[in-house]
Write a protein that binds this ligand. Sequence first.
Ligand SMILES: C[S@@+](CC[C@H](N)C(=O)[O-])C[C@H]1O[C@@H](n2cnc3c(N)ncnc32)[C@H](O)[C@@H]1O
Length: 230
Amino acid sequence: MKEDYWTTFWRDHGANSRDADAQSQVLRTLAKQPIDEERWISTLGTVREEMRMKGGHRMLDLCCGNGLFTRHFARDCDRILAVDISPDLLRSLDELELDGVDSLQSDMRVVDFPEDTFDRILFYAAVQYLTPAETIQLFERMAVWLEPGGILYVGDVPDRTRLWNFFNNDERHATYFRNVRNGEAIVGTWFEPEWLRNLGLYAGFSQVRIIEQPDHMIYHDFRYEAVLTR
Ligand SMILES: C[S@@+](CC[C@H](N)C(=O)[O-])C[C@H]1O[C@@H](n2cnc3c(N)ncnc32)[C@H](O)[C@@H]1O
């Protein structure tokens, strides 16, 4: 597969941000400042609750970055497989040597697993790096990897219906239109909530819940979360 814009972007960002704080390494920043600890703990709490973590899980953290979620969820899982394309980000997670956590460097567009391998999949802040066609293919595959009753959590999805909350002044409009005109990416792909819901049902999930992000999530004015039950 030819290396695309986002693959190059994240490989370079992973290598260049080795010495940055953990949240900046995965670009969870607002006005270039990393999310503060209080908001981050609340964010983890929301995801934990929505994923109905009970203990003993077999979890896939897809596009795990440096494993900021993996570290938090390790105690709830017998095993977590953390997958990312950036070797440098994965190295930060590997250095923690967490029990039950394995990492795999792979492209989400080609990675594959047998049927029913996991009962939880976390896919946080990464769907935007796929084209719509790649998103459909990945959702079809994730439905196979999850056992019946398992939960897929898709976090931080850029909301196509709230594009202008993000591109919210003349300068940003100009950046947006210049980038689209030139075929260059900024945030990545934006998804209407209804599109994602219908995709989930088409792909084999029995239930799809679209959740508004609570105020403590730093991108709540233009992103949402989705919880899909297999
Ligand atoms: C914004 S970060 C989110 C990291 C983590 N999920 C979190 O929320 O802390 C996006 C991650 O997606 C990874 N990524 C981007 N494209 C990818 C691909 N094609 N396959 C696997 N990982 C990819 C990047 O390397 C990066 O770690």
